[in-house]
Design a protein around this ligand. Structure first.
Ligand code: NAD
Length: 250
C-alpha cells in the first residue's frame, strides 16, 4: 500500500483523470477526499470505495474552498486536477474567456494551496514526515504549443511556473510540488471536443496521429503517475513538469 495512512484531497474527481486518480489512491490505502463541482458524478464514486469521502467543491469559489479546509482533516497530499479547455486562437479569446480559463486552471489551484498548505506544513513540521502537491498542467503549456490552445496553453504554462515556485519555497520544509503534463487522454471532455469538431472522425484520427505510441492515453495511464508523485517513492522529485505524453515531445 503505497499511500497507507495518507489523507489526500483531489479536485475534479467526478470523471476522467481525477476520478481514476481518486480510485487509484484509495486502492493504495489513502483516505481520499474526492471533490467535484458536479455532485451527481460524486454519488456513484462514493459507492466504489470505502476509503473515499466526497464533497461538492467548485474551485472557483474561494469561500467554499476555505470552508472545506476548515472542516476536513489535515492533508498529506493534494491533487489539483480541475481544468477547462478553451478552444481557439488569441483572436477567439476575449477577456472573459481568458479570465475563465485562468480562474479554473490557475487560480483554482492557488485557492486550494493557500487554504490547505498551512496545515500540511504544520503536520510535516510536527511529525517530520513529508507532503506532496500535484498540479494538473498539460504538454500543451510551456512545453509545447498546439493550434487552438491559446488560453489553455498559457494557463497550463502558469501552472508549471506556480508549481516550481512553490517547490522552491518549501523544499527545505519537507513539502514537494510538481506539475503533471499528460498528452491527449481519452476522457468525457475529450469526447465532447471530438464530437464538437466539424469532422469528428478526422478530429479523433488527428489526436491519435500526434502521439507516436499510436493511441490516446487512458486515464489508467495517468493515475499511476499521480499515485507516484503523491507517495514517498517520489521523495527526491520536486519542482518538475512530469510529462506522460506517449512520445509527443520525442
Ligand atoms: P474532464 O474534463 O472530462 O472532467 C472534468 C471534471 O472537472 C468534471 O468532473 C467537472 O465536473 C469538473 N469540474 C469542472 N469545473 C470545475 C470546477 N470549477 N471546480 C471543480 N470541478 C470542476 O476531465 P479530464 O479530461 O480528465 O481533465 C482533468 C484535468 O486534466 C484538467 O485539468 C485537464 O486540463 C487536464 N488534462 C487533460 C487532458 C486530456 O486530454 N483529457 C490532457 C492534459 C491535461
Amino acid at each position: 500500500m503505497r499511500l497507507r495512512d495518507k489523507t489526500i484531497l483531489i479536485t475534479a474527481a467526478g470523471q476522467g483523470i481525477g476520478r481514476a486518480s481518486a480510485l487509484a489512491c484509495a486502492r493504495e490505502g489513502a483516505k481520499v477526499i474526492a471533490t467535484d463541482l458536479n455532485g451527481s458524478l460524486l454519488e456513484s464514486l462514493a459507492t466504489e470505495s470505502g476509503n473515499l469521502v466526497t464533497h461538492v467543491l467548485d474551485v472557483r469559489d474561494g469561500a467554499q474552498v476555505k470552508q472545506l479546509a476548515a472542516s476536513v482533516p489535515v492533508l498529506d497530499g493534494l491533487f489539483n486536477c480541475a481544468g477547462y479547455v478553451h478552444h481557439g486562437s488569441v483572436l477567439d479569446c476575449d477577456e472573459a474567456d481568458w479570465d475563465f480559463s485562468f480562474d479554473v486552471n490557475v487560480k483554482g489551484a492557488y485557492r486550494l494551496i493557500r487554504s490547505f498548505l498551512p496545515g500540511m506544513l504544520d503536520r510535516v513540521a510536527t511529525t517530520g514526515g513529508s507532503a506532496s502537491i500535484v498540479n494538473m498542467a498539460s504538454m500543451a503549456s510551456s512545453i509545447k504549443g498546439f493550434p487552438n490552445r491559446f488560453a489553455y496553453g498559457a494557463s497550463k504554462a502558469a501552472v508549471i511556473g506556480m508549481s516550481k515556485a512553490i517547490a522552491a519555497d518549501y523544499a527545505k520544509l519537507g513539502l514537494r510540488c510538481n506539475a503533471l503534463c499528460p498528452g491527449t487522454v481519452d476522457t468525457p471532455s475529450l469526447r465532447q471536443r471530438i464530437a464538437a469538431a466539424a469532422d469528428p472522425l478526422q478530429a479523433e484520427k488527428d489526436f491519435i496521429a500526434r502521439q507516436p505510441v499510436g493511441r490516446l492515453a487512458t486515464v489508467d495511464d495517468i493515475a499511476p503517475q499521480v499515485v507516484y508523485l503523491l507517495s514517498d517513492e517520489s521523495r527526491f522529485v520536486t519542482g518538475q513538469a512530469v510529462l506522460v505524453d506517449g512520445g509527443v515531445t520525442i
